[in-house]
Design a protein around this ligand. Structure first.
Ligand code: NAD
Length: 373
């Protein structure tokens, strides 16, 4: 029987609290579905700094390279705010992303019916929403050279005499690998990819469009592909978001579009994410899963943290790292049921009332719902 390896890095603040609830879900799948997980746990962020003097020990980095998937809680907190930049908790996270070469960032925007009224848009526009934004994470204008702020003294027309430069640069290989990731993901969902760029005004956008089309025509002709200018994409996301399945876009547009899409669904405590790299020997991508939220020091230790973002991150691992799509669906259905029953952590308490529960009670309710489905 296949054993699925998982490295858990709870991190700081509410990270360990929400991870305890993920453990309950993992135990449920092991006991009730006979799925074998080989779970190990280690330190990251401030917790790693306290023990090792660095936010990620070399041995932990090595383990992360060897497992099927990494699940991270959150890092950071006031106790570490004044540390030297090189050992700040976030450096642990960045080291993982860099050394695992996680070039595709996945941000789902999924609206649970019971929470549709939390959205900034009308219920009828967001109900049933389930889209996935794939953002290229390691190249583009945030990394391109030349960059900098220079003096522009020889230009008398320039009041202030300075010029700021960033370069949008993509190689065909960088575009093809993130396009492949998007097509692979679409095959596990609605089988549709919409690629967004600004091919009308940017050469890098023309290359983006041509290369995504090339990957489609040569490797994924069975997946439906469309192209859209990113500004129109932004409009369509708030006008009729349900028209999309998977959106693939570059680092800059993806940064903006994924934040906009996140707000379609309401609370920060509900948002999972994943970062994927190149396929490993088993054909599955290197992967790290993490909730979008941070370590929430304002509510740490009070039993107020919503564990759903972290549990949904684990659901993404089930789907994309372990090829357990049916189990991921089941877990998402259990969460949907709990929310439909009015069970709410403090961050989800709205005008409709509901039963306020603690972090731990929310985990228990989700496990109960798994058994009931
Ligand atoms: P945050 O996401 O930690 O918190 C923002 C607000 O949302 C807070 O009011 C918090 O209580 C609430 N919140 C967040 N997650 C919640 C959850 N699961 N359930 C209920 N409420 C939740 O962002 P911040 O306050 O800007 O940052 C706090 C610390 O986290 C800082 O040290 C920051 O650097 C770090 N941080 C880490 C990550 C990461 O690990 N990926 C991401 C963002 C911030």
């Amino acid at each position: 029987m296949t054993t699925h390896s998982l490295l858990i890095l709870p991190g700081d603040g509410i990270g360990p609290e929400v991870m305890t609830e993920v453990r309950k879900v993992i135990d449920w799948f092991q006991t009730n579905k006979g799925i074998q997980f080989d779970v190990s746990e280690d330190l990251v962020g401030g917790a790693a700094y306290d023990k090792h003097g660095v936010p990620l020990a070399d041995e932990t980095m090595q383990k992360a390279q060897e497992v099927d998937a990494v699940l991270l809680g959150a890092v950071g907190g006031p106790a570490y705010d004044n540390l030297d930049f090189s050992v700040k908790p976030e450096r642990g996270l960045l080291r993982l992303r860099k050394e695992m070469d996680l070039f595709a960032n996945l941000r789902p925007a999924q609206c649970f019916d019971a929470l549709a009224d939390f959205s900034s848009l009308k219920r009828e526009i967001v109900a049933g929403l389930d889209i996935l934004i794939v953002r290229e994470l390691t190249s583009g204008v945030y990394f391109g050279e030349p960059r900098g702020i220079h003096s522009d003294d020889n230009n008398p027309q320039n009041e202030g005499g300075r010029v700021g430069i960033n370069t949008q640069r993509y190689t065909s290989g960088e575009i093809r690998r993130v396009a492949r990731a998007a097509f692979e993901l679409a095959k596990k969902r609605g089988n549709r990819v919409c690629s967004m760029e600004k091919a009308n005004v940017m050469e890098s956008g023309i290359l983006w469009r041509e290369e995504v089309q090339w990957v489609h025509d040569n490797e994924y002709p069975e997946v439906e592909l469309s192209h859209m200018y990113a500004d129109n994409g932004a409009m369509q996301l708030v006008r009729r978001p349900n028209q999309f399945d998977v959106i693939v876009t570059d680092n800059l547009f993806g940064d903006i579009l994924s934040d906009a899409a996140a707000m379609l669904t309401g609370s920060l405590g509900m948002l999972p994410s994943a970062s994927l790299g190149a396929p490993m020997a088993n054909g599955r991508p290197k992967a790290m899963y993490e909730p979008v939220h941070g370590s929430a020091p304002d509510i740490t230790g009070q039993g107020k943290a919503n564990p759903i973002a972290c549990i949904l991150s684990f659901a993404m691992a089930l789907r994309y790292s372990y090829d357990l799509g049916a189990e991921a669906d089941l877990l998402e259905k259990a969460i949907e049921k709990v929310l439909a029953d009015g069970v709410r952590t403090a961050d989800l308490m709205g005008p409709d009332g509901g039963t306020p529960v603690s972090t731990s009670q929310m985990g228990d309710k989700i496990v109960e719902a798994l058994s009931a489905l």
